[in-house]
Design a protein around this ligand. Structure first.
Ligand code: FAD
Ligand code: SF4
Length: 483
């Protein structure tokens, strides 16, 4: 019999047409039907040595799934049309597959063994389909906790790291309270990642489940201002800081204080708030404007897609790196991520709707051009990237390449600062293995590793929960021994 991976081509989630989806903020992709998803899972069968679930780092690179999802096992169950058991297997390692199945960049697929010679298995599409189907079937129900330990844990920050830690510790029987300074639970899942990638009802649905299982949520509490870490430490048996790394880098060039130069996160948050019914300041509106997004990453892509929906006149995205190739470069062997050029949802929308790929490569912004206090343009120069024999890359300015782009809204998406200074403001210093300088105070997620991925935040949440559980068990043993 011919192996299925030779006869079945890779297929991913169905997407709504560009012309339909740019007029709303509903999710652009949906789950697959049973027939096609079973076929995609069949492509995984006959794999000799799976690498997809390794979940480790080579240098700065993620290899395989960081939460060690049991991918070959749930793929086998899907190929046998046993969706219920596939769902149960998936939940063994992933607290929130409905988030990762929508927005994970799928390092598992970059390390898929089939990817050496063919298109990799559509792992993320299968994951999303398993969990969406499970919700539709009513299989996802609150798991009520039978026995409570009597220990109380405070978690500061309700992003994926805080939520995963809360879920694990609650299921272990501890009484968990999550403190969040925003008015909604979810961290960047709620305010950050746009609705068309992750619908906010999907986030609320999970929060309601966690609440029904016994986790307490307190919004509008800014720890460090409204209450100190020390006072929480006095009241609770353990405290976890999962406060993220949301301080954005600023341009640091002449004129960057001009009206119309906005941080990407403020812009994306305003857009989500507006969809929730909050009136938004005109400065966050892209309608009729010439928009320039500085920063070639995923946050920048989310700004492109949002500006298109708001009716921008034009959208251009500046990136400092060269255009990626269509095929895996020789210096990026499997199982590293292939890091090839992909036409993300936002770029597909710009190409079809605005008739232009918004990405501009190897470009440096020199100064913001102002009229009065408002931005009217950006003066730029082209760069050249030279890789030295030792592998170090250097960028040179191309002589005579000065150019000015017209702009009336500039969105800055050039990354995030390291989290340590923010932690220090709370009197906390991160040490190895999730512990801090304060006894009983732990740290996890972006607040520990810097701005990263949801799947890494979930892993950190699970691992810090193990540490806290062991810490509380040790406290209990100490109490018993001393009494
Ligand atoms: C625009 C954008 C798009 C992204 N898209 C993707 C994507 O598509 N896929 C992906 O995998 N990753 C994506 N990421 C990265 C991902 O969202 C983060 O790595 C992840 O959310 C980190 O989780 P966390 O729980 O550590 O922190 P966060 O999600 O940042 O949550 C931290 C929470 O702590 C709260 N908090 C902070 N300080 C306090 C305080 N003092 N008191 C109370 N509460 C506090 C914050 O309000 C926030 O809710 C994106 C990031 C951004 C910015
Ligand atoms: S969580 Fe991400 S890396 Fe893990 S299986 Fe899902 S898509 Fe792949």
């Amino acid at each position: 019999m011919r192996h299925k991976f030779l006869s079945i081509p890779r297929e991913t989630l169905p997407e709504r047409t560009v012309i339909e989806r740019i007029h709303d903020y509903k999710e652009y992709a949906s789950r697959m039907e049973d027939g096609p998803i079973v076929k995609q899972a069949e492509r995984c069968m006959d794999c000799g040595t799976p690498f997809c679930h390794v979940g480790d780092m080579i240098g700065q690179e993620t290899i395989g799934c960081p939460i060690h999802n049991l991918i070959p096992e749930w793929n086998k169950l899907v190929s046998e049309q046993d969706f219920r058991r596939a769902y149960e297997r998936l939940m063994e390692t992933n607290n929130f597959p409905e988030f990762t199945g929508r927005v994970c960049p799928a390092p598992c697929e970059g390390s898929c063994t089939l990817g050496i010679s063919e298109d990799p298995v559509a792992i993320k599409s299968i994951e999303r389909t398993i969990i969406d189907r499970a919700f539709e079937q009513g299989w996802v129900e609150p798991r009520h906790v039978r026995m409570r330990t009597g220990y109380h844990v405070a978690i500061i920050g309700s992003g994926p790291a805080g939520l995963a830690a809360a879920d694990q510790l609650n299921q272990a029987g501890h009484v968990v309270t999550v403190f969040e300074k925003a008015d909604e639970i979810g961290g960047l899942l709620f305010y950050g990642i746009p609705n068309m990638k992750l619908d906010k009802d999907v986030v609320r649905r999970r929060v309601q489940l966690l609440e029904a299982e016994g986790i307490r949520f307190k919004t509008g509490v800014n720890v460090g201002t409204d209450v100190t870490v020390e006072s929480l430490r006095d009241k609770y048996d353990a405290v976890i800081l999962a406060t993220g790394a949301q301080k954005q880098r600023t341009l640091g060039i002449e004129g960057d204080d001009a009206a119309g130069v906005e941080a990407a996160m403020d812009y994306l948050t305003a857009s989500t708030r507006e969809l929730g019914g909050t009136a938004v300041e005109a400065r966050f509106e892209a309608a009729g404007k010439e928009v320039i997004v500085i920063g070639g990453g995923d946050t920048g892509a989310d700004c492109v897609a949002t500006a298109i929906r708001q009716g921008a006149k034009s959208v251009t995205q500046f990136g400092k790196h060269p255009e990626k190739g269509l095929f895996r470069a020789p210096d990026r062997p499997w199982p590293l991520q292939p890091d090839t050029l992909s036409t993300d949802y936002a770029y597909a929308e710009a190409i079809e709707h605005l008739d232009i790929d918004p990405r501009t490569y190897l470009i440096r912004s020199n100064r913001i051009v102002k009229q009065g206090d408002r931005v009217v343009g950006i003066e730029t120069e082209r760069m050249e990237k030279v890789v030295k024999p030792d592998g170090q890359a250097t960028f040179f300015v191309v002589e005579g390449s000065k150019e000015t782009y017209a702009a009336d809204l500039v969105l800055v998406a050039i990354g995030f600062e390291r989290p340590e200074p923010e932690l220090r403001k709370l009197g906390v210093e991160s040490k190895r293995d999730y512990v801090t300088n304060l006894d009983g105070v732990f740290v996890a997620g972006d607040a520990r590793r810097g701005q990263s991925l949801i799947v890494w935040a979930i892993r950190e949440g699970r691992e810090v929960a193990e540490k806290v559980d062991a810490y509380l068990n040790a406290c209990q043993t100490e109490l018993k021994t001393s009494s």
